[in-house]
Ligand binder design. Structure first.
Ligand SMILES: Cc1cc2nc3c(=O)[nH]c(=O)nc-3n(C[C@H](O)[C@H](O)[C@H](O)COP(=O)(O)OP(=O)(O)OC[C@H]3O[C@@H](n4cnc5c(N)ncnc54)[C@H](O)[C@@H]3O)c2cc1C
Length: 416
């Protein structure tokens, strides 16, 4: 966006909000003169150790330090170069390979598809990886994957699994927090960054509307109830996935020849196959987050669809993601939505939407009316008129455009 000014290598050193506004001090990390900036709004997207969150005195809620054999405790991460790994691997190289044995629990992900990999191993009780050498990295890899490869260590570090934390508040005054600054996951399910991006999308369009005078400042008050609800939901899902894989006990007999080993391997296979589907086949988690209790969603009294990790139930019940549909010309209905607001006018007798257009103009809302006559779209959305927000969430649906002004005002944070 031409309006953005991105300063890589600059650090926020301090900020404060007073009655005269926000003042922040920024300085290049490489040194140099500090600059003072006076933003109207300020967003701390500054990661798990967020100085913005701490400066605002916002506490974490939830659990941390959860201990499991895997994905609960300190993890040792090695970024390695091993051109011979693919040939040495007795199994198909996956998007992710997971090693399960009594000696070492670990996972491996190809980075460049040729020779670079990310290897993450769970530490065992009493181990301290901070002083581990490259030789230790190769030893730990051999424990997990059964072969000592003479790979090159590009970097090694540790990180902590076992967080399930959500900030008590997502900001104060004109300051907001987003991403890992506001919620911290165990990475099972791969939800941390996904949830962070959704925070940015949610806050982004709201800030733009308020700054450009196209919404009431109250619109920003909906950021916390909407995103905190999803952060609590998603960290709970991630914790459930971490329990499913991390509390599984890898018995020594897994590597034993004979019937005892066969039985242990069959039991592990059944559990881990079911687990892989539970953790990674999650359209319900990805598409099913909802903002039912948001002050800027206009409910229609219908029941929300079930919230299930592995099953996504498309629904235009206000507060959730607009359902996808293919159009006769092969496009997705999403490709015809406006960048900002969309009013779907559906059905054989396409309803009159002029009241929405007029109210949208009056409120300076960028609204595009998109008309489709296919009955199946009306059935899918269960209403002839559907208002979709810039973040593709259904804000309202109904039969008549008569309420247009009240609906648009409510969806943009205006008091009744
Ligand atoms: C092993 C592992 C696997 C993961 N896998 C996945 C996955 O598959 N999918 C997924 O969605 N998520 C995954 N995650 C989580 C994901 O990495 C994080 O959720 C994501 O990086 C959070 O993004 P963020 O921008 O909020 O914070 P960060 O990525 O931490 O970025 C914060 C930035 O703010 C900068 N910063 C901090 N303080 C200041 C300051 N004072 N001034 C200026 N800049 C500052 C930092 O330098 C940093 O660049 C995984 C995490 C781990 C550990």
């Amino acid at each position: 966006m031409p309006s953005n000014d991105i300063r890589y290598g600059w650090q926020v050193e301090d900020f404060a909000e007073s009655e005269s506004g926000i003042e922040a001090t920024v300085r290049p990390v490489s040194g140099g003169t500090e600059q003072r900036v006076r933003p109207r709004y300020f967003v701390g997207a500054d990661g798990a150790r967020s100085s913005v969150r701490r400066r605002l005195g916002i506490r974490w809620l939830g659990e941390t330090g959860i201990v499991r054999d895997f994905m609960g405790g300190k993890m040792f991460a090695v970024y390695l170069r091993a051109p011979g790994l693919r040939a040495a691997m007795p199994h198909r190289l996956g998007w992710m390979n997971v090693a399960v044995n009594a000696e070492r629990r670990a996972f491996l992900m190809p980075v460049d598809g040729i020779s670079e990999y990310a290897f993450h191993a769970a530490l065992r009780p009493g181990e301290n990886a901070d002083a581990w050498t490259e030789e230790d990295a190769r030893r730990v890899f051999a424990q997990a994957f059964g072969k000592n490869l003479g790979f090159e260590v590009l970097s090694a570090t540790t990180w902590i699994a076992g967080h399930s934390l959500v900030a008590e508040r997502f900001g104060a005054g004109s300051v907001f927090i987003a991403g890992d600054a506001a919620h911290l996951f165990t990475p099972t399910g791969g939800l941390g960054y996904n949830t962070a991006v959704e925070d940015a999308v949610n806050l982004g369009w709201k800030l733009a509307h308020v700054v450009q005078g196209r919404a009431h400042a109250n619109l920003l008050s909906s950021y916390e109830p909407e995103r905190k609800t999803v952060a609590l939901r998603n960290t709970a899902y991630a914790k459930r996935f971490a329990d499913s894989v991390g509390l599984f006990v890898a018995l020594p007999e897994l590597e034993e020849a004979g019937p005892r080993g066969d039985a242990a391997r069959a039991a592990a296979s059944a559990h881990l196959n079911a687990h892989a589907r539970l953790e990674f086949n999650i359209p319900g988690v990805t598409f099913g987050a909802r903002y039912d209790s948001s002050p800027v969603i206009v409910p229609d009294g219908t029941a929300r669809p079930p919230d299930e990790a592995n099953q996504y139930t498309p629904s235009a019940c206000p507060g959730g993601r607009a359902p996808h549909a293919w159009l006769p010309d092969g496009r997705s209905i999403f490709d015809t939505f406006n960048f900002e607001w969309t009013l779907l006018a559906l059905g054989a007798e396409v309803p009159d939407a002029t009241a929405f257009e007029a109210s949208g103009d009056a409120l300076k809302i960028d609204l595009k009316v998109v008309r489709y006559s296919e009955p199946r779209l009306c059935e899918l959305y269960e209403a002839p008129l559907v208002l979709i927000r810039p973040d593709q969430i259904v804000a309202w649906r109904g039969e008549r455009a008569g309420d247009a002004r009240a609906v648009l005002r409510a969806a943009t944070g205006h008091p009744p």
